[in-house]
Design a protein around this ligand. Sequence first.
Ligand code: PFF
Length: 462
Amino acid sequence: MNKKKSSFSGQLGFVLAAAGSAVGVGNLWRFPYLAAKDGGGLFLVIYLALVLTFGFTLLASDIAIGRRTKESAIGAYIQMSPKWKFLGVLTFLVPVLIMTYYAVIGGWVTKYAVVYLTGQTAAAAQDNYFTSFITSPVSPVLFALLFMGVTAFIVYNGVEGGIERVSRCMMPILLVLVVVIAGYSLTLHHVDESGQMRTGMDGLLYYITPHFEGLTFSRFLQILLDAMSQLFFSLSVSMGIMITYGSYVKPEVNLNKAVNQIEIFDTGVALLAGAMIIPAVFVFSGTDGMSAGPSLMFISLPKVFAAMGKAGTFVGLLFFVTTIFATLTSCISVLESITANCMEIFHTGRKKTVLVLTVIYLAASAVIALGYSIFYVEVKLPNGSVGQLLDIMDYISNSVMMPFIALLSAFLIGWIKTPDYVIEEMESTGDTFRRKKLYRVMIRYVAPVMMFVLFLQSTGIL
Ligand code: PFF
């Protein structure tokens, strides 16, 4: 076994780094949007049920495989079964693709933090502000390169001295900021042109009340699939990242507790992000402002900040700083996973590997950032949407590869290695793995079926 020298200092360092990977734009822009779209409390209940069953199964599997094999995805799968090397390679390719665009999104977030820092609150609320920013051929590239450079610098400094140190500092601050902004959101109120008053509390109720109107079986299935794909993306599972982070966990760390804490952190921030965004949008724009993806964060929210008056500039700044922290700690986990795999494949040192990858990804980020200007394309994706370069990378990695990898790895663990492979590692410190029975059923039967359905749905077959 190839013993790694790098490791997290202990349980807290690991949990904060893993939570740093898990908490990202998925929590801040995707979760609130899905909750608003998919029946409020109904989505929340389904999501929580999935976290405790499905999410825990995938997260425990990845982390336990990492710690047991002490390798990243490719090496880990080879060690589990040499015939399954292809699955390790596929898993490695997910962060390789994600890395091409994650720093671009990080660049957008950084740009908006600068916008609020310099008090351009009214300008950012203009209808075409975001579009004219991303379609410019210079500014988005510069911000993407900056974000990529900072990410590379942290990874260059290693697991404990770089990743853990940054996560230990940023994650607690992020949590405090999310709580503060959510608290502020609940105090908001606004009277619209028709004289109707809406309060933050009304918005909170809209968020947590289960809406059953118009619920049919196919709609329920859609909500279930939305919640499942969100969970997957949100926990950073089935892309080798948690395998790499797991390989840095010391033998004495209790993985049961660590998995629970990571899940609580990730889900807690998602719930709070909903409490921060939904009431604020509801107060100023009603339910119309709850748009999907980037437009929620970069178009709807700037309008909300502008409507808040003087406080808006400060709240906007706090919000985008929070988002920078979330995006940066996720971005470093993506680069770390690629770095760790490359170090194992090419037997190179960290510094040299990071430098080479940095050159490659600075170029790739520039190309993707130019995907809205010089390299603009319109490609119809199998799920019916039309996408540019960034959406294409996102679609291939998250919608096609991730469910496919989760399906195959559930099969490998459940039926070839048997669930004991993971259970033994979870219990290696002498602690009992309390959800053992549930784990066996999930990994053998439920996860493969669910992943298969998700795969069919996201590829447009279903
Ligand atoms: N888990 C992150 C989020 O919820 O935003 C997203 C993410 C991080 C996806 C790292 C992929 C990744 F490699």
